[in-house]
Design a protein around this ligand. Sequence first.
Ligand code: TRP
Length: 330
Amino acid sequence: MTRVLSGIQPTGEVHLGNYIGALQHWVTDQYEHESYYCIVDLHAITTPQEPERLRAATLDLAATLLAVGLEPDRCTLFVQSHVPEHTELAWILNCVATFGELRRMTQFKDKAAKQREAGVSVGYFDYPVLQAADILIYQADRVPVGEDQRQHLELTRNIAQRFNARFGDTFIVPEPAIPKVGAKILDLQNPLAKMSKSADSPQGTIKLTDSRDVVAKKIKVAVTDSGREILASPDKPAITNLLTILSVATGKSLSDLEDSFRDRGYADLKREVAEGLIAFLEPIQERYAELLGDPAEIGRQLEIGATKAQKVAQATMAGVYDRVGFLPRK
Ligand code: TRP
């Protein structure tokens, strides 16, 4: 069976773009593959985090992931810092990755350009190596990620190949699984940008926890395209975005939706998107509230995940320590 691994940072609230671009695939993958999903708190602290907020955000994200349908007996859902082998492998891989290749990562370059290189943490610079460790420690075959992570996956593959060449076959060289364009959800206020946690326009982002009134409002004021036809096409990014959202919320195909909106107007479309989305979010929000009311239960689910994950991680690390020539502890 194919092994899948992905990670998500516990920073900011999960929005519809995260769900459609990633989480819905995580949910379906858990039925078809051996799936590992990691809440990457070690990655989160590569930029400053307020400790109590980080802790709350981690619990909150776990509740969200369970609420959208991850099932702990179908997948392995865990918190990265609960499996310290990730950081152990990261150190080993630090000695395989080169300064030059990390220096070329666009995520780092963008950050360094924005706030001066001298102010960027070493952890942030090293972020992609920890990510490689997350993936390689589980011998993952496939890594579902967004387009923005393609370079980190390429680095992971290079590190795996270099390690294997130097020390003998140890790691599976993973393939990225990047959803086709079109699966991307755009900012409702600026359909040229991705929906994001940090957008300048909070009105453009639908959070999974938005109340029905808030959802209705945000859809109502969403930007539309010129013209009147309701079609999913590259010259109609705003309408395509609304159709995509409706398609995910209702399970109807884009072409069926286009048919149903022939000779109808944007106001009709928006009304259906708002209704569809509210109906779609309601059960998720109910489960989420229920879970957050019982943090001990979330902790129990995460413990099951950490135990399963750690078993695999420890087996990989035993092989790695042997390969690199460490004296075993007696
Ligand atoms: N860097 C990823 C992101 O920002 C998160 C991540 C951390 C990840 N470790 C991972 C994704 C391992 C895939 C596999 O989206």
